[in-house]
Design a binder for this molecule. Structure first.
Ligand code: GLN
Length: 192
């Protein structure tokens, strides 16, 4: 079975893990650099950066000395799926960061946080994506306001770009794991 590292510092970790178990994957909860990289290279075949609060996850990444190892592991080509706050973390530019908020800068995009309103504006939405039709949840979701030339748009909600792919990295503004949509995780595992 493939081993998927789920970043487990804060946020919606369990739902991703359960969905991955359902697909027959092994899950490693990533909390330290040792969970991620061993003497022979990455310990995971794929990575999930879950939703939560991107500024909090960023702060914890730096406190636990995980920011740079995570950046390097993703940059080395490990297939990675970032959802919601995970998408914000992957972005080159966060247009409206919390004070001191940094991002990994691996996806050549600009994102705007909380672009669809607050928690009460959360919605379950049917999307046509490049990977197929998907029912997903938007919760204080970000929006992609700029994509670089090597970034493919894989999902839109109305006019707004809400899903992108660049090489090994897929970033989506929404939560497929809360509606049981397995499409993006199957894609990550190469069992699409
Ligand atoms: N608004 C949150 C952020 O900026 C993301 C919300 C979510 O992950 N559901 O990190």
């Amino acid at each position: 079975a493939r081993t998927v590292g789920v970043l487990a510092l804060q946020g919606g970790v369990r739902e991703h893990a359960e969905l991955l178990f359902g697909l027959g994957a092994r899950v490693t909860y990533v909390r330290t650099a040792k969970d991620l990289v061993g003497p022979d290279g990455p310990r995971v075949d794929a990575l999930v950066l879950p939703g939560g609060e991107s500024s909090t996850i960023d702060r914890l990444l730096r406190i636990f000395d995980l920011f740079e190892p995570l950046r390097a592991t993703i940059a080395s080509g490990v297939p990675t799926l970032g959802t919601c706050a995970g998408l914000v973390l992957l972005a080159k530019t966060v247009l409206d960061p919390a004070p001191g908020q940094q991002s990994l800068g691996l996806l050549d995009i600009d994102v705007r946080r909380n672009a669809f309103g607050s928690q009460v504006d959360s919605a379950e939405v049917d999307l046509d994506t490049a990977d197929g039709p998907a029912t997903v949840a938007f919760i204080r979701a970000p929006r992609v306001d700029r994509v670089g030339p090597s970034v493919q748009v894989i999902a839109r909600r109305g006019e707004a770009t809400v899903g992108v792919r660049q090489g090994n990295i897929t970033g989506i503004a929404f939560h497929p794991e809360l509606t049981g949509t397995t499409l993006f995780h199957r894609n990550l595992l190469g069992i699409a």
